[in-house]
Design a protein around this ligand. Structure first.
Ligand code: ADP
Ligand code: ASP
Ligand code: MG
Length: 412
C-alpha cells in the first residue's frame, strides 16, 4: 500500500473535538487506500506550559530533564488520536518516539534525527493496521535518553517519516491554509502562495516563519519529499494549500518571495575586547559549547587594539551567553569591559531567489525602513536574503511596509 504522512499541529489537536475532526480526515485518506502515518503535536499551549514549568524550576536547566518534561505533551495526543480512530473502526495504534525508535543525536532540546527503522511499523501495516500514530517532536539518544527536536520539531518528525517510508507526500495540517508571503497574522495583505521553492521556504523558516520548522524543509529538500501545507479547518481538496517544491516547478515568481520576522531576538555586545588573532574563536567557541545559537555577528573597527564584538541570539539564551562569557573571562581566555544585552530587538528579512539576478533589493529595503523612521542596528545578507535587526516595537510596521513596497500582494 502507498504510505501517506499526515501531521497535525497543536491547534489542530487542541480539543477532543478537533482530534475527532482530524481523525475524520485520516479516515478519508485510509478509505482511498493509503497506509497512513499520523504525526501529532501536543495540544496547543501545552508545550509552552511545560517549558514554563522547567524554566521556573531550574533557569539553567539540565537539557536531558527538559526533554523528559517537554516531550510529554505529544504522548497524550498520540494516545488520544489512536483511541479516536479506533472508535471510528479504523485500526490504529500509537507510538512514542523511543518505541519506533526515532534515533537521534544526543543534542538535547535540539536533537537531529539520525535514523528511523521502518520494520516495526511496516510489520503492523502488514497485519492490517491502517494508521500508525506517532508522537512528534521526540526521539531517543544513543545513551537511551529521551530527546526533543527543537520547537516546532513535529514538522521534522513528519518529513523524516515520509522520507524513511518513501511516502507519496507529507501533508502538514495547521491553522492557516498554506504558506503566505508573510505571516498573515501581522499583515492582512499577506497572500497565499500555491507553490514555494524549497530554498525560499528554507530561508523563510530559518528567519522566523514558524509555519514549518527549518530542519523539516532541509530534509524534504534532501530526500525529495513532496511537502504540502494546508489547513485542518477547511474542506478537503487535493489542490488545497501550498506545495513546497523544486524551483523549476515554479513558472514565475517575484524577486522577493516573502518577508519573515523573528520577535525573540537579543543583541549582545562585548564592550572593548582585545583585537588580536584568535579573539573571535575565543568568544564564539564557549558560546557554542554553552548551546547558544549565535546568528548575526558584527565586529566594530578597532581603536588602539580594542574592539566591540556584537552578536545576536534568541532572547531566552541571554543568561546562558552571559554566563559563558563571564566564565571565559574568569579563565583568562578573553577580556572585556562589559556586556550589554539589548533584549528589545526583532529581526525582519526579505527572501527571494530572484535576488540572485536582481540588484537593488537591499537599497530599496533600507529606504523603505528609513522612510518610516526605523533605525537599523545590524544587517546581514546572503545570496537570497537580507536581514536587519531593528527595535521590536517597529517589527509589524516594518513587515507591512516591506510587503507593500515589494508589492507582495500581487503575483508575478
Ligand atoms: P502548528 O501548531 O500547526 O505547527 P505553528 O503555529 O507552528 O502551527 O505555525 C503556523 C503559524 O505560522 C501560523 O498561524 C502563522 O501565524 C505563522 N506564520 C508565520 N509566517 C507565516 C507564513 N509566511 N505563512 C503562513 N504562516 C506563517
Ligand atoms: N509541541 C512542540 C512545540 O510546540 C512541537 C511541535 O508542535 O511541532 O514546539
Ligand atoms: Mg509548528
Amino acid at each position: 500500500m502507498p504510505v501517506l504522512v499526515m501531521k497535525f499541529g497543536g491547534t489542530s489537536v487542541a480539543t477532543l473535538d478537533r482530534i475527532r475532526r482530524a481523525a475524520k480526515r485520516v479516515g478519508v485518506e485510509v478509505a482511498k487506500g493509503y497506509d497512513v502515518i499520523v504525526i501529532v503535536s501536543a495540544m496547543s499551549g501545552e508545550t509552552n506550559k511545560l517549558v514554563g514549568f522547567v524554566e521556573e524550576t531550574s533557569p539553567l536547566f539540565d537539557a536531558r530533564e527538559y526533554d523528559a518534561v517537554v516531550s510529554s505533551g505529544e504522548n497524550v495526543t498520540a494516545g488520544l488520536m489512536a483511541l479516536t480512530l479506533q472508535e471510528m473502526d479504523v485500526p490504529a495504534r500509537s507510538w512514542q518516539g523511543w518505541q519506533v525508535p526515532v534515533m537521534t543525536t544526543g543534542a538535547h532540546a535540539n536533537a537531529r534525527i539520525e535514523d528511523i527503522p521502518t520494520d516495526n511499523i511496516s510489520a503492523k501495516f502488514g497485519q492490517g493496521m491502517k494508521v500508525a500514530v506517532v508522537a512528534g517532536f521526540q526521539g531517543i539518544s544513543p545513551e537511551g535518553r529521551i530527546t526533543t527536536l527543537g520547537r516546532g520539531g513535529s514538522d521534522t518528525t513528519a518529513v523524516a517519516f515520509a522520507a524513511a517510508f518513501g511516502a507519496v507526500r507529507c501533508d502538514i495540517y495547521t491553522d492557516v491554509d498554506g504558506v503566505y508571503t508573510t505571516d498573515p497574522r501581522i499583515c492582512e495583505k499577506a497572500r497565499k502562495l500555491d507553490k514555494i521553492a524549497f530554498e525560499e521556504m528554507l530561508e523563510m523558516a530559518s528567519l522566523g516563519a514558524k509555519v514549518l520548522q527549518t530542519r523539516s524543509v532541509e530534509l524534504a529538500m534532501r530526500f525529495k519529499v513532496p511537502l504540502r501545507v494546508l489547513s485542518s479547518f477547511e474542506e478537503m481538496d487535493d489542490t488545497a494549500g501550498t506545495l513546497v517544491c523544486d524551483e523549476d516547478e515554479i513558472m514565475e515568481s517575484n524577486v522577493v518571495a516573502g518577508v519573515a520576522h523573528s520577535r525573540d531576538e537579543a543583541k549582545m555586545t562585548l564592550v572593548s575586547v582585545a583585537d588580536r588573532p584568535g579573539i573571535a574563536a575565543a568568544i564564539f567557541t564557549p558560546l557554542a559549547e554553552a548551546g547558544v545559537n549565535v546568528d548575526m555577528i558584527v565586529q566594530n573597527i578597532s581603536e588602539e587594539g580594542r574592539t566591540d564584538m556584537t552578536f545576536s541570539c534568541p532572547t531566552n539564551q541571554v543568561a546562558r551567553a552571559e554566563k559563558a562569557m563571564e566564565e571565559a573571562k574568569a579563565k583568562g581566555e578573553i577580556n572585556f569591559h562589559g556586556i550589554v544585552a539589548d533584549t528589545n530587538v526583532a529581526k525582519v528579512s526579505v527572501v527571494g531567489i530572484g535576488m540572485r539576478s536582481h540588484t537593488g533589493v537591499a537599497a530599496k529595503m533600507f529606504k523603505v525602513l528609513s522612510n518610516d523612521g526605523i533605525n537599523i542596528k545590524v544587517i546581514t545578507t546572503s545570496e537570497i536574503k537580507i536581514s536587519v535587526l531593528i527595535e521590536r516595537k517597529y517589527m509589524e510596521l516594518a513587515v507591512q511596509a516591506l510587503h507593500d513596497a515589494f508589492e507582495l500582494d500581487k503575483s508575478a
